[in-house]
Design a protein around this ligand. Sequence first.
Ligand SMILES: [Cu+2]
Length: 186
Amino acid sequence: MEPNNKKMIVWIVVGVVVAAVVIYFAVSGGLPQQTPQGTQTPEGTVAVTGTSPIAPSGEVIAPSGKPADNTSVPGSQTAPQQSAPLSTKEVPPQAVKLSVSASGFSPSSFSVSAGKAVTLSLTSTDDQTHVLRFNDPSLNAVAIGIGPGQTRVITFNAPAAPGTYSFHCDVPGHTARGETGTMTVR
Ligand SMILES: [Cu+2]
């Protein structure tokens, strides 16, 4: 066989393999993306792995398959889900980023749009556990619990009603020393 023919056969084999891989991913929908831009699921876009997907309608979908119920029990099948601990580098740019320590939340106030999906991250910047909870029962399920130095993220729909919603750290003694803040819904 001529060397040129050999080369051509190698290129044909390479071409067939590339085409097979392309077809495989086109048919299978490809590998799940674990990027900050989000994982695509049948329910919608997952901002951070482990959080509830956001449907094209903008609604956050609970594991139950229904729109997440902010009044439910935190972590339940009907609640918006928080992520596992992750690196702060994995928090997407659109997230509202809070940190908390014995000196309080930073920032201690932020604003969101009424009814819109919110991606909220919380980082413990000291050697303590912290638990963000809202005071209003309408946001009972919107909670983030983190260990020392950890970061977690939750996605949830902001209340439809504009107003100021207070939150606090639910660990005993932490609210009293000033771990409180407000979310303004516009
Ligand atoms: Cu705390």
